[in-house]
Design a protein around this ligand. Structure first.
Ligand SMILES: [Zn+2]
Length: 87
């Protein structure tokens, strides 16, 4: 007679373990997304002074596109860099 209530308790604990597997599948899907991402991404560098924009890839050197990097995600074009005295 004492085994009956424990059987009901086992049923409810098995349903909570199924939600545990749900979280593991969603985390494995997230890691797959990061693998698909390309290594070189296209970035648009915009001059802070004259707003001239240049398209480049993350593997390219900004200076080869005529842009001078003055800070994190902040660029001057060659002309403005000369005017401000960055070159
Ligand atoms: Zn400029």
């Amino acid at each position: 007679m004492a085994t009956r209530p424990s059987k009901v308790h086992y049923l409810s604990s098995s349903s909570s373990s199924s939600s545990d597997s749900d979280t593991s599948t969603s985390s494995s899907r997230y890691s797959m997304d990061s693998v698909v991402r390309p290594v070189a991404s296209v970035e648009v560098l915009r001059c802070l002074r004259c707003a001239r924009s240049v398209e480049t890839t993350s593997t390219d050197d900004p200076s080869s596109q005529g842009m001078v990097r003055i800070g994190t995600n902040i660029y001057y074009c060659n002309r403005c860099a000369k005017m401000v005295g960055y070159k």
